[in-house]
Design a protein. Sequence first.
Length: 510
Amino acid sequence: MWPVIVLLAGPVLAGLLSLVIHRARLLHAVNFATMLGLAVAETFLTKRVLAEGSVTTLGSLVYVDALSDFILIIITAIGLSCSLYMWSYMDEQVARGVIAPKHLGVFFFLFHMFLFAMVAATMANSLGVQWVAVEGTTLATTFLIAFFRRKESLEAGWKYLILCSVGIALALFGVVLTYYSSVRVLGDASSALNVTDLIGVADRLDPNVLKLAFLFILVGYGTKVGLVPMHTWLPDAYTEAPAPVAAMLAGVLETVAVYTVLRSKALVDQALPPQFTGNLLLTFGFVSFVVASLFILLQHNYKRLFAYSSIEHMGLAMLGFGVGGLVGTFGGLFHLLNHALAKALAFFAAGNIHRRYDSLEIENVRGLARSQPITAVATLAAGFALVGLPPFSPFVSELLVVSALSAQNFASDTMHVGRFVAVTVSDEMRSLGLVGVFLFFGVVLFGGMMARIGAMVWGTPQDGITRGERWTVGHVPVLAMIAALVGLSVMIPESLRTLVTRAVHVIVVR
């Protein structure tokens, strides 16, 4: 009970305190103490979930199973690392006059409201409350994206607000249709959207209504994920947002949005053949992967480069969930964690580079190895991880997804060429062709990403660029992310493996 209260009340209390505290050091202390408290509470909650299977509390308002607990681990881990990184990052922004000291408290208030909304969306038992919480993330992050108050950041914030509001409206239609289908079976309007009640009756819901509901939910929440073609807000938002906010958007918000889709998928798959949701996820995932891989070749801005990388990785995760099965789903979930770690590392490095070079253009950044050796290592590690090279953990999750994709069974099809010739395409050829196209664009992605990162790391810094990198507390999460990415490629802790395996069984309908 108490871990749930800490997870929900902690960010709210910290946000309110941020509005009345005016000393920067105290604001950072409250922020870090809150995130540390959330991490401790999540540790105890994970132990309880592993012991009991699921936790329902606060009058059935909160429901935490293995799937939602796994997402909470990502939220608290990335949130804690961002709280450390912000200590040096935000202080330097204030010192340089980018942020007025009086606005620092507002930043932390918005950050904690953003955090609270994501925690609430993950722990909500009701799909309606979940929708409200996801909408809450839109309101908080709009101001965070536009926090620097430049023309470009205001435009990015406005674009994000409009597009994500449209997406959330579509998701609401999906939630309403789910309610319409479930209330006819359950009869109790007050619990018609509760996951704990829907699990038991999902196979009796109207399949035609659920088809339409899932399509709205996928497109609506998929806008938050950044799936193509609903992705157009994402590159601008990630470019203009402060580095720790971009890390939270890429590492956490996208993950929570994927969770909302998976929660609905688990219900719909009980009333419909899993191929329905699987084919939709495969389509959106494959298109997102291909389009992002191509756009990476055109990027001249390193934050936009990482933004398109996020679209590509969310597409890859959707491929895993679309293929389904134990291997594909495990790979998709593990990839969410790996991507969160790698993308947080990437944006931490991007924040360090921008503060030193005062430019987001790749051509203006040369010689990181000489000017910022720690950041250079972080940039290389992030690049290697994001293109799926060992010894970094995204290699493992991508290998699982590709393995599941290669084993995918497709129905054989016969194409008639003229009146006398018929060509039969076997399921093995379809699977091999899909994997081949995937690997081709993976090579394109590798070349585009590493050419740009290599250009920034090597060479000679421009005149006027300070050489050498002073150690700060902001380097702690950078090294921690690298260690985690390498460590998870070698061994997944037994408790985490068990939790992810149970989360797989929440999603996969046998």
